[in-house]
Write a protein that binds this ligand. Sequence first.
Ligand SMILES: [Zn+2]
Length: 473
Amino acid sequence: MASSGQFQLSKDAASHSKRVIDYVIRGPGRGKAFERMSDFVDCFSSRMAGTRELECAIDWAVAELRTSDFLDAQTEEFRMPRWSRGLEEASIVSPVRRKLSMLSLGYSAPTLPGGIEADCIVVHSFNELDSAAAQGLVRGRIVVFNQPWAGYDSTRQFRNHGPSLASKFGAVAALVRSVTPLAVDSPHAGVTLFDAAGATASPIPAACLAPDDAEALARWQRRQQTPRIRLSIQCSPTELDSIRSRNIVADLPGCDPAVAHELVVLCAHIDCWDVGQGAMDDAGGVFVAWEALRTIRQALQEHRTRRTIRLILFSGEELGLWGGRLYFEAHSSELAGRLSYMLETDGGTFDPRGVTCSGSAATTAALRTVLQPLESSLGACNVFEKLDGPDITEWASVGVPVGNLVTQRTGESADFYFQFHHSRGDTVSVQDPFEMDRCTAVMAVVALNLADASTMLPRGPEQAADKEPRLEA
Ligand SMILES: [Zn+2]
């Protein structure tokens, strides 16, 4: 039977929260999330789905959860498409000759073995693409999207959908300005879709360019000197359902027989792109969520929570949220009625500002009381009404409140994360031990107080996830 009645924190919520915060900010837990994350990404740097390195990282994490945390960690296998990077190169060959900084996009088609060479047409919007196509300037050419940065969700539409639109107009390849606010000659990876919204386009070679190079090509076009580009991409062609990966699920069991079947979920994704170390995206999230579980157990040794706290480390996120989607498909009917809240951390583990939450005004009001104990020591007690959390948003469609940890490096813009996202710059050097500790404290306090509250979080109306195919954070 589900818990019912008014949502209230347990009478020990304030004192337990304080012990958890002290343990991780000033006590034996201090610096642990950063230290463990660093050890992990230095050993398993390139955790792209379909690689042996990722599966070894998953094996290591499962063994560690079992032997160091004494948790009954399990894996759940799923299948997803295979795509892998090979040799790749792009150069401008006229009116000047030099190499361009590029990375092919996930699900790009390969070029012919010797590469291709074509004039390019630079556009800055989908409207410009339409009018260039109407003037016959797209067929047979390489389309370069040089869209301005307008925030991640808006700008990534060019990477997600630009190449397929270019393909429909007869382009031979597409190059997309990297989805980042920062131009330091660095390309940022990501996936592109050729079968979005049921409108299938023939896959063409597609890559992202450093913003600096996309702007340089636009300048040549403004001088009315059409840039000519040579492009070689030797990636694997996309093969559906051809690789397997695994989500990791580990429970800290609840002790109250009336509500131990109810769950609070902390989650992150263990896979990453094949450039950089995936320290920020999303090993930081993995170790903050994992340390939150450890902290609850070690800071409150005599205490067992009423509800079960579940850690889920999703796989296959970067190539299209495969692990999250398949977890929902496998478990939505069984779990929808007994999930209090699912909290992902996949937006950086900088200074925590609070969490997002789907649901109703009653959901956010209750969640504010859950975060209240953080206010005096960390100030990180905001609840933002927003449907967010890349691997878990579908759960909102069956009424489960879901959210993402909200963080921002103090003194930097909210876009700081996207200066490093999916690039060679996503390394341990971006992370900060004390920021990660504060994130751990937020995750631990949320999980602890929800697991011990009188009822599950109040729910709102069911919220449909985006109609557009959703991609990685
Ligand atoms: Zn991510």
